[in-house]
Ligand binder design. Structure first.
Ligand code: NAD
Length: 509
């Protein structure tokens, strides 16, 4: 008997396109299975956009979500242009839905695939990484996007992945990063993974660099069980996984936070088949199965999932899965729901039946360590075009054109002009210019003439005496650099934490 006997309130949004059809089918199956859910309908997406709600999430939806904490959501058509925001991104970020969980299985031979033994879960960090959307154009030639990886965000997702693996009886967790290149950001993720893995000796753990990891996923997905990774890599990996399972239409996903959780199909609103009773409701149904486990109705979740597997085995298929010769009956969205309802209480005969139990995936973060933080220097980024002063002496002038005008550009942009002049400027105020890089490649001192240089220069300074410094000294340096005619476009402080550099070292440092 499940723990909760009274109906659990669940906010339900039908969404756009095929959303209303597949939501209706899903709700019918859950109700028939005896799910104790008190459905709270809200409108999200197109109708809200048309009413002028830029996020697609009206006020009444926010208050219902905050009160009831669980959302079953149909797919939403992403609006084009016009300052509208994606409902999914808005919900994920505003409600702190830090974990995206996508289970991907093959259902061979009922769904054709080259990977019969595939059965994996991708746990993707959902809020950080390049998805912060903090982007700038800093010079005429260079744009940047900030990749933010935080310690609490990383701790939370990695701990969640291990808790998930243990709760669902999975044996291995694989972490994928690119920490051979991004030692600070991806390195933090990898180190955190290693530390948390040590707390779970019952679960095998491994780390793969993302490129070989993605290649192995595409080639031998059977070797993976749970994968935990950063936002961008997870985004790409989860689509590869769905595609090679042969079942993009069968995927369900959960977006889980400390409070609120949102469940939805992996696919979109499929406007090409909307309103025709053609859509396969399985993706949304499997998301709803995860939702039932989440709200403590594991027994009902199991009943629904096994009836669904039996329906698949019996060859009752919607058009996207129907194959003449192997399928037995072609049905529409509601006909498929009827077939699942007719099989409630039955288990699959060939595919392994699923077993769920109540789980608790609440993650406690450890106390952060107390670390000493010392300012050891500064990276100053310049917009510099190599244009020499009219008299040909002294430091090369910064971009400094009149507003709107293009700078005079010396095609050579010679670092041997910039480096010594800038070093002299810094020396006069007690700073030492350690190096200049362009797109991360050292060009001074001892650069190569062949290195292509853009108008974006990273100049690394340390105090001349090598001591710990402070912000007043930084301001003196910046004042001198600005006074010498250079255009400073950004700075990054170089901190040591407990004596270890918190910044990447340049070549030869
Ligand atoms: P899509 O997933 O909606 O459709 C891709 C193809 O798969 C189409 O041919 C469609 O007919 C088919 N398909 C999708 N779901 C199906 C189902 N349940 N049964 C049978 N066939 C199905 O992707 P798209 O066409 O790129 O996107 C359509 C809209 O959905 C876009 O506005 C997109 O931004 C949005 N979208 C929303 C979400 C979401 O709300 N979570 C996710 C992805 C895309």
């Amino acid at each position: 008997m499940d723990v909760s006997e009274s109906p659990i309130p669940v906010v339900v949004a039908e969404g756009d396109g095929i959303g209303p059809e597949i939501t209706r089918a899903t709700v019918r199956i859950l109700d028939a299975a005896g799910a104790r859910i008190d459905w709270k309908p809200v409108v999200l997406g197109q109708v809200a956009y048309e009413r002028g709600v830029a996020t697609g999430v009206p006020d009444d939806a926010w208050s219902l979500l905050r009160r009831h904490q669980v959302l079953l959501k149909g797919p939403i058509t992403t609006p084009q242009g016009g300052g509208y925001k994606s409902v999914n991104v808005t919900l994920r970020k505003s409600l702190g839905l830090f974990a995206n969980v996508r289970e991907t299985k093959s259902y061979a031979p009922y769904v054709p695939t080259r990977h019969e033994g595939m059965n994996l879960v991708i746990v993707r960090e959902n809020e950080e990484d390049l998805y912060a959307g903090i982007e700038h154009r800093q010079t005429r030639e260079v744009t940047q996007s900030l990749k933010l990886i935080t310690r609490p965000g990383t701790e939370r997702i990695v701990r969640f992945a291990f808790a998930y693996a243990r709760a669902y009886g999975r044996r291995k967790v694989t972490c994928m990063t690119k920490d051979n290149i991004m030692k600070a950001t991806d390195g933090l993720f990898h180190k955190t993974f290693d530390a948390v893995a040590a707390e779970y000796p019952d679960i095998e753990s491994e780390h793969l660099i993302i490129d070989i990891g993605a290649a192995r996923l595409a080639d031998t997905p059977e070797r993976f069980d749970v994968i935990v990774t950063l936002n961008l890599y997870g985004d790409v990996l989860s689509d590869i996984a769905s595609q090679i399972a042969g079942s993009v239409g069968l995927g369900g996903s959960a977006n889980v936070g400390d409070g609120v959780a949102m469940f939805e199909a992996v696919h979109g609103s499929a406007p090409d088949i909307a309103g025709q009773d053609l859509a396969n409701p399985s993706g949304m149904l499997l998301a709803a199965v995860q939702m039932l486990v989440h709200v403590g109705q594991a027994e009902i979740a199991q009943r629904v999932a096994n009836a669904w597997l039996r329906t698949l085995e019996d060859g009752v298929h919607t058009g996207d899965l129907y194959r003449a010769g192997s399928s037995i009956e072609r049905v529409g969205t509601q006909g498929f729901a009827d077939a699942v309802i007719a099989r409630l209480g039955e288990d699959p005969l060939h595919l392994p039946p699923v077993h769920y139990r109540k789980i608790d995936l609440h993650v406690e973060l450890p106390e952060p360590p107390v670390e000493r933080k010392d300012l050891r220097g500064i990276d100053v980024f310049l917009d510099w075009h190599g244009a020499a002063r009219a008299d040909g002496a002294g430091p090369a002038a910064g971009a400094g054109p009149a507003a709107g005008a293009g700078p005079a550009d010396d095609a050579r942009r010679d670092p041997e002009v910039l480096g010594p002049a800038l070093a002299a400027t810094a020396k006069a105020v007690g700073w030492h210019l350690k190096m200049v890089t362009n797109r991360g490649v050292k060009v001074w001192p001892e650069g190569f003439a062949e290195t292509f240089c853009t108008d974006h220069w990273r100049c690394r300074f340390h105090p001349a005496d090598g001591a710990v410094t402070d912000f007043d000294a930084v301001l003196r340096l910046l004042g001198a650099v600005h006074g010498a005619g250079y255009e400073v476009i950004k700075t990054e402080h170089l901190y040591d934490f407990d004596g270890l550099p918190g910044y990447s070292l340049g070549q030869g440092e």
